[in-house]
Design a protein around this ligand. Sequence first.
Ligand SMILES: [Zn+2]
Length: 230
Amino acid sequence: MARSILNEFSELFFPRLCVCCENRLVTYEEHICSSCLSDLPKTKHLANPYNKLEDFFAGRFPFKRIASFAFFIKEGSIQKIIHEFKYRDNPLLASYMGNLCGKEILKYNALEDIDMIVPVPLHPKRLRKRGYNQSLLLAEGISQLIKKPVNGGNLIRKINNPSQTKNSRFERWKNTKGIFEVIDKSIFEGRHILLVDDVITTGSTLETCSKLILESENAVISIFTLGSAI
Ligand SMILES: [Zn+2]
């Protein structure tokens, strides 16, 4: 009782707002209001074995499945959500979105033979600045639902790459070469790895990480991201 009075009191001064539409959340809502939640532009990639993303990556490296939770549209809800957990110190939102991704994966009975979930790593310098790796939180959120372990320490980022937004796709890919490293290849040997990132824009980071992981003997790669700009 005392607890709920305290909650109501704090709600009065610090109302919880939906990260997408900024309307006030009701008690049972978390981070995103029910209306924005049901309006998320889900890709339904996992329902389709030859989806648009898989078509996009075909021929660049071997993979099993590639899918995103929802489309990343300029000024859209996924962009707002990613901005919120990347730049506004909201790690709980990243974990929450990871859970939503996990539910989506379970819904389609997809990726059942995954052995290990690996987040795209942050450079230690950026990690210190942000305080958390949002891709690791997404991976852990997925892990809670699909019950597969996360390995966040074997794929590392050696170089903190500068913003690449103005470069061509080839230059971006060239830029991402050499910035990642697999510490112990044997950990990925014979494993089906689910590589997790927040958003696919050009795919160059995911391509580079996948190729590195595939240097481990008999490793198999699948990719899942929260957003897709493709
Ligand atoms: Zn909303």
